[in-house]
Structures are given as C-alpha cells and as structure tokens.
Ligand binder design. Structure first.
Ligand code: UD1
Length: 376
C-alpha cells in the first residue's frame, strides 16, 4: 500500500520548500504525497501564482484558515487540520519553515490518536520538520516561537546547515532525530533556473543588469510601527538618489503604508518602482540581476548567499547566521545602511560561497530519509 504523506503549505515562503519534495515524492511508487494548504496566505499573487510557477497541482486539501491574530490563525488551522488527520490518517506529516501553520499542524498531528486499542504501533502520523534548528534567539519574533515549539514536538528534524544541528543538540534533542539534508529552497531555484533566466521581469521594467536594488520589507517589527515605517521610507528616498529601487510590496506593508499616509512619499519617486507581490519566477529574475538586495525576509538571505549577491538584512539578528559567516549577507540598521550600501557599491563585499548541501539535491535526501523512516 502507498504511504500517505501530507505536505503542509501555508504561506508564501512555504511553497518553494514543498515543491521540490512534492515532485520528488510523486515519482516514487511507494509514496502518495498530498498537499495540504492551510489558507494562511490566500491572495492569487501570494499563493496561486506560486503553485503555477512551481508546477504544483491544486492543493489536495484546503483548510481555508485565512488571517487573524496569532492565536486565532493558529487555532483555526489546528481545529481544521485535526479533523483532516483523523479522517485521512496520514503515515507522515511534513511541516516546513516557521509560520503559524507550521506549529498549528505540528500540535494537531502530534496529539491525535488513531486507534486507542492498537498498542503495537505509533498511533498517529510521524511528524517531520523541514528547515529545523534555525534560531534567531529573539523570542519577540513570532517565527522564533514557532520554530522552538515545532522542534520540541516533531519526531524528525531535517536541518539545512550545521548550526541547526548544533542548536538542537544544545537544546537536548536526541542525535538520532536530527538529519542534515541541506537547503530545499535551492532545489526550487535550480529546478526553475532556466525559466528564471529567461523571464523578462527586469528588462520589462527598463532596468540594467547589476544597476538596481531589490527591496522587500514585511516584518512586523519593521513595518507595523509608524515611526519605523517613516524611517524606512526616508531611507528608501535617500537610497533612490544613488540607485534605482525595485520594491515588491507585501500586503501587510502596503496596508500600513496606506493607513499612515506614507505611500505617496515613495510612490511619487521616479527612482522607486513599487510593484505588487511578484510570482516566484519574476521575483527571482529581479534578484538574479540586481546589484544588491535589502530585506527583512529569511529566504532572500539564503538565495542571495547561494547566488553570491550582496544582501543587507534590516534586522537586529538572523536565524540564518551561515549567510553571514559564509555568504554575502550583513545585518543592518537604519543608521548603518547607507554606509553599508556605499561600501557594496564600491565593491567592498566578498563573494562568499554556498554552504555545504545547498546543492539542489536536498529533496532526494529527504525522500531517502522518509523511505527509511516509513520502512518501505
Ligand atoms: C507570514 C509569516 C512570516 C512569513 C510571511 C511571508 C507567521 C507568523 N508569519 O507573515 O513568517 O515571512 O508570512 O509572507 O506565520 N494578507 C493578504 N493576502 C494574503 C496573505 C496575507 O492580504 O494572501 C494580509 C493579511 O490579511 C494580514 C497581513 O497580510 O493583514 C499579514 O498576513 P499574515 O499571514 O498574518 O502574516 P505575514 O506578515 O504575511
């Protein structure tokens, strides 16, 4: 009998983590992978466009959770997913990343009981966390809370880099639960490389290769506070004197720019190109050809490291320190960013190198791990 494996997808950064795994599992005769979309992200351009670009089928199961406060969103996903687990009885549940749906599905799946009379086998699905062990050591970030709680509960912890293994061991996790598989997002990038390179996104905007910055900002700590949002807009206005800026605006950020009346201060600037959220292929085309990325995203820190593109991360910390120690990433503040950009434009930034196992072959290693865990 085929093994029923749920892949949980919730928010934009999850889709490029489940896509390579879905495609790799779909080729295996013993596996029946099912995509469970929690509905945390629901807009066409935050969700459907990614399914299309990454050649994923329609989600097999849709929970329709939508937005809400952290507790509301987490609770809605838990309640909906518990019913699905009991109905479908998956052999394994794979959660990815660090969003609210990651912990919600982990909590639901680790507490269900399939058959209370059967004491001979695991009476619930095996739960595995892909991208385990990352830590910012900043519990004011909702994602850090999600990461910590998910890693305490999951049965299997697939890590992207050695720092992930070290954090988990330090937290007392048994060594046999930790399996280093590498960075699955690089699989998506390599899987789509031809399409990304052929995409017209940057040329359609009239941009020259290596002569513009890509900016993405959506963290609550940066964009929810009007004072810090105003400082970010001032910073962009200043930067736009030196470099054309391409800024695909996240829905959270757009709402806040509109409600504070700050949007016009940047949208009227001819050197700042404000776009809607981009699909995966167009966004990666913009990144492939830019001079520098300025971001508070997690994934972009990794993608720029892999591509050797300088990245300034507007955060006090990162859960992905290997992008700094080995890659092209630097932490930045509103006070330091202008000097850092000048230094990058003067060519004072190293090329870095891709960390071990960031090689486009992570999905294959995860499939091997699932195969042996499910004893197929
Ligand atoms: C979530 C994740 C974050 C991830 C980010 C990527 C958590 C705690 N946060 O943050 O880790 O980096 O996704 O995008 O899980 N909205 C839309 N359309 C959508 C999705 C959201 O308009 O398709 C709006 C929501 O209504 C809400 C806001 O955007 O007002 C924020 O959405 P939410 O999913 O709560 O958090 P993100 O900031 O996207």
């Amino acid at each position: 009998m085929k093994r029923n494996i749920h892949l949980i997808a919730a928010a934009r950064p999850n889709f490029m983590k489940i896509a390579p795994l879905y495609h790799a599992l779909a080729k295996e005769s013993w596996a029946d992978p099912k995509i469970v979309h929690t509905g945390q992200h629901y807009d066409l351009n935050m969700s459907d466009a990614f399914f299309h670009d990454l050649q994923l089928p329609e989600p097999h199961i849709h929970l329709g959770a939508g937005t809400g406060s952290h507790a509301e969103q987490t609770g809605k996903v838990m309640m909906a997913y518990e019913k699905i687990v009991l109905e479908h009885k998956p052999d394994m549940v794979v959660v990815v990343g660090d969003v609210n749906s990651t912990i919600a599905c982990t909590l639901a799946a680790t507490k269900v009981v399939y058959d209370p009379d059967d004491t001979s086998s695991l009476n619930r699905p095996l739960v595995a966390h892909l991208e385990a062990g990352l830590r910012s050591f900043d519990r004011s970030m909702p994602e850090e809370v999600n990461r910590l709680a998910t890693d305490v509960l999951a049965d299997i912890l697939w890590t992207p880099s050695s720092d992930g293994d070290e954090h988990l061991l330090h937290e007392g996790v048994a060594r046999e639960k930790i399996i280093r598989v590498g960075n699955i997002m690089i699989d998506s990038l390599e899987m789509m490389r031809d399409k990304i390179e052929a995409d017209p996104a940057y040329t359609d905007l009239g941009l020259e290769k290596g002569e513009y910055a890509v900016v993405t900002l959506h963290r609550p700590a940066n964009v929810d506070n009007p004072t810090s949002l105003k400082s970010l807009c001032d910073m962009l206005t200043h930067l736009a004197k030196a470099l054309t800026i391409v800024f695909p605006v996240h829905p959270r950020t757009r709402k806040n720019l509109e409600s504070t009346g700050l949007l016009a201060s940047i949208s009227d600037n001819p050197n700042i190109k404000l776009l809607g959220p981009q699909n995966y292929i167009s966004f990666m085309n913009l990144v492939f050809n830019c001079r520098i990325a300025i971001t508070d995203s997690g994934g972009l820190q990794e993608e720029t490291t892999y591509l050797g593109i300088p990245c300034l991360t507007l955060r006090p910390n990162t859960e992905r320190p290997i992008t700094i120690t080995q890659g092209t990433n630097q932490l930045s503040t509103l006070e330091s960013i202008e000097g850092q950009i000048d230094a990058v434009l003067r060519g004072e930034s190293g090329k870095g190198s891709a960390p071990d196992l960031w090689d486009g072959k992570t999905a294959g290693r995860v499939v091997d791990s699932i195969k042996s865990l499910l004893d197929t």
